[in-house]
Design a binder for this molecule. Sequence first.
Ligand code: FES
Length: 573
Amino acid sequence: MFPMNKLRSQDWFGKTDKNGFIHRSWMKNQGIPQHEFDGRPIIGICNTWSELTPCNAHFRLLAERVKRGVAEAGGFALEFPVMSLGEAVMKPTAMLFRNLLSMDVEESIRGNPLDGVVLLCGCDKTTPGPVMGAASVDIPTIVLSGGPMLNGKFEGRDIGSGTDLWKFSEDVRSGKMTLEQFFGAEACAARSNGHCMTMGTASTMASMVEALGLTLPGNAAIPAVDSRRYVMAHMAGQQIVEMVKANRTISKILTRQAFENAIKVNAAIGGSTNAVIHLLAFAGRLGIPLSLDDFHRLVRGIPLLANLMPSGKFLMEDFYYAGGLPVIIKDLGKQLHQDCLTVNGKTLGENNADAKCYNREVIRTLDNPVMADAGIAVVKGNLCPDGAVVKPSAATPALMKHRGRAVVFENIEDYHARIDAPELEVDKDSVLVLKMVGPRGYPGMAEVGNMGMPKKLLDQGVTDMVRISDGRMSGTAFGAVFLHVSPESAVGGPLALVRSGDMIEVDAHNGRLHLDVSDAEMEKRRKAWKAPQPVASRGYASLYVRHVMQAHEGADFDFLRGSSGSTVTRDSH
Ligand code: FES
């Protein structure tokens, strides 16, 4: 028995009445002996394993290693499945289901006899969904990431998940690559277990939870198939038992200062724009005030240190061998709140004090960064009163300040139908505008914001142009892409009123996105605008479009903000 306050699992297993019999007896059909119910911490292993989420396909092995660590520390682990979201497979977009996953996780934790939980997280949405759910329960929680794939290898060179795909796709369209090569690259880009090995959304979110203090140090970068990933799983199992003993709940770790750290680290690693939405959603669950303005303000002066695709040259495997995120955290020094608490009871600074860098090409120094001022830029203006974002480190610098004529697509179908039409009036200075791809409009805010460029411009050798939408883009993508325009077009945001031929001005460094149309003309268009029919009338999608908040609020459901705690007052029998 542990010398600790009564554990919440004892509200199930510690009873001597009929309910205690029910809770223990049925568990015993799995061959569990009586002593496992003697008051030791019950640890849930929240598993997003699925063969439909290939990035998480190795998670049952990881769970076994977590169980060893839990048992070694004197706890008792029970693994449970939750919904899994495969970014590469799910339609219309995995983001549509992030909030549903968070609800699954929240209710699975609260409704069960768990004292602590290990979240097994990997593919893009399978980190934010579980963290959001766990934050709304607030018991001791540790994240174990599944790890990135090994570097892609194709025709004698390294290729990165997503990042090279976008290039290959444009090369096929412009005739620079054959279909045989294209198909051949598929297996070469995904040659081991693990998630995307660029600094895409999965690697970004693994880095975010490490920077937030929700993982053991060094968690983010270890490749999925490296034996040290399994050591990390074992150690996470040990650690969660210690966290239960110390009652180190998730809200003690996820403080305002921890979020400020994560925002700055995201700038230093060239992380995904998706991190903005997910961090805003996390903060909303904890009642921590966080806004787009914080992202704009906090990242000024933070240099890009990680030389990783899509902003740089290398991949996550290289990042791990170079020292990984601990080096970045150490090098940022006083830029971060190094005194923030982490899962192991030590501060962020203590955890990373001994970090060493073994390759300064991969992790640059503050004196020799990849880019001096690299964070995600937030822009505002009459086209996006509540903001939009762009990632200058992954864009053509000259296009970060630009004025061009809008070429408008009313929705994704309109885009597909006309983008390659010879008669499309477009040139390299045009600004592509895509509507109806926001949270409600798509629905689910799909990663289509980095819309492919018109074939006739590709044929001319144009490689980037300004693109604006209310959607997102993959963290692996690049380009002068302005995203997350809020409010979105489907709810009548100014984006809905843009017409082909309007002039648009962007200025990422000065935070401006302006539609050069008079207020009177905008008012006229607003009066003529008709709200689109809701995209769903039943089922989960209907719930989603009625309750999803806008991008600048994290696209969470309005009724999920905040926490309901871990207490359940009524018995089931
Ligand atoms: Fe799963 Fe990229 S598709 S992380």
